[in-house]
Write a protein that binds this ligand. Structure first.
Ligand code: UT7
Length: 325
């Protein structure tokens, strides 16, 4: 008997034109290119132009993913945008993208799970496809984190960047085993007890301002190292697979040291890990689809490859998705 799977049909990304090298921060802060590279692996990041909003980045990534899939917006049942930096409090950034794509049918909404946003959104699309709610979903991760950075706080402002990535996932009948294409398993977690180690100090119903990102980096680091390999291994186990089966880990791109230690814990060599943090910094919900798109463009990810994505961020919220490309 065949099984319906949510298969990735297309992927795309967009990065704002402005590239900000680490050396730019040396002009205004007590920091150095050397410190940032050594502690994070980040060399540069992109910042959106003043008149460029999250929806603009999301739209470009969506168009690229649709073109890669050989589809148009008319073929899509719905849009989910994972973002913590929406254009407005409401309506959703997704509805803006929907209108820009000239899509008058289907659904569009935002989902917020910070850096785990894309993993959550992919899980969401997977559930909608398996339940029959939708056949084809455009899943976008898009952020303008530069807008919520305190440019006087060297411990946070050097870490993040702007960008967007998108995938089109569609229902496909597969044989029903671990060799199937598409999403094979999901593991999602959150623990609100840790909400104060990574947060934004503003909001609609509190300060009435957008606020700035605040982070106890060392604490988040500790949780990341402990939780990421565990969620990835849990998801693999659910699919009846192990680290040995993995062709590519496509991790959230926050810190090269976290990426390396997660891969080591899983027993996966770095040759099988997609790393883009040097060029993008941490783009929160955009980081995984950006990495997927770059890796595909570089000829790394090929049809049939087994991929594990994993992410952790504010909440804390974390999770993993196992999929065959
Ligand atoms: O995407 C959401 C998930 N977020 C993450 O995964 C981020 C997790 N955390 C991290 O990546 C790391 O903790 C950081 C990169 C944020 C910091 O690295 P660290 O090795 O944990 O450094 P630290 O916070 O322990 O700070 C070490 C020192 C401190 O100075 P003292 O107290 O030892 O004198 C900091 O003040 O480095 C100092 N420092 C800096 N120095 C130069 C902090 N930021 C900077 C900076 N330049 N930009």
């Amino acid at each position: 008997m065949t099984k319906t799977r949510a298969v990735v049909r297309g992927v795309g990304h967009y990065l704002p034109a402005r590239v900000v090298p680490n050396s730019d921060f040396e002009k205004t802060l007590d920091t150095s290119d050397e410190w940032i590279r050594a502690r994070t692996g980040i060399e540069r990041r992109h910042f959106a132009a003043e008149d460029e909003n999250t929806s603009d980045l999301a739209l470009r990534a969506a168009e690229a993913a649709l073109a890669d899939a050989g589809l148009t917006a008319a073929d899509i049942d719905g849009i989910v945008v994972a973002t913590s930096t929406p254009d407005l409090t409401f309506p959703s950034t997704a509805t803006k993208v929907q209108a820009a794509l000239n899509m008058t049918g289907g659904f569009a909404y935002d989902l917020q799970a910070v850096c785990a946003g894309f993993v959550y959104a992919l899980a969401n699309a997977h559930a909608m496809i398996l339940s029959g709610i939708a056949q084809r979903v455009l899943v976008i991760g898009a952020e303008t984190f530069s807008r919520i950075l305190d440019m006087e706080d060297r411990a946070t402002c050097v870490l993040f960047g702007d960008g967007a990535g998108a995938v089109v996932v569609e229902a496909d009948a597969q044989p029903g085993g671990a060799d199937d294409r598409g999403i094979l398993s999901v593991d999602l977690n959150s623990d609100g007890r840790y909400r104060n180690i990574l947060y934004v100090d503003g909001g609609v119903s509190t300060t009435g301002t957008a606020g700035y990102l605040r982070m106890e980096g060392r604490e988040v680091f500790r949780h990341a190292v402990e939780k990421l390999a565990h969620t990835a291994e849990t998801a693999l186990e659910r699919a009846g697979l192990s680290g040995d089966d993995v062709d590519w880990i496509v991790p959230h791109q926050a810190n090269l040291r976290i990426i390396k230690s997660t891969a080591a814990r899983m027993g996966v060599p770095m040759e099988r890990v997609v790393v883009t943090v040097q060029d993008h910094g941490n783009t929160s919900a955009a980081s995984i689809p950006l990495a997927l798109s770059v890796a595909k463009a570089e000829g790394k990810i090929k049809p049939g490859d087994l991929i594990v994505t994993e992410a952790i961020g504010g909440g804390l919220a974390w999770g993993a998705v196992v999929l065959r490309w």
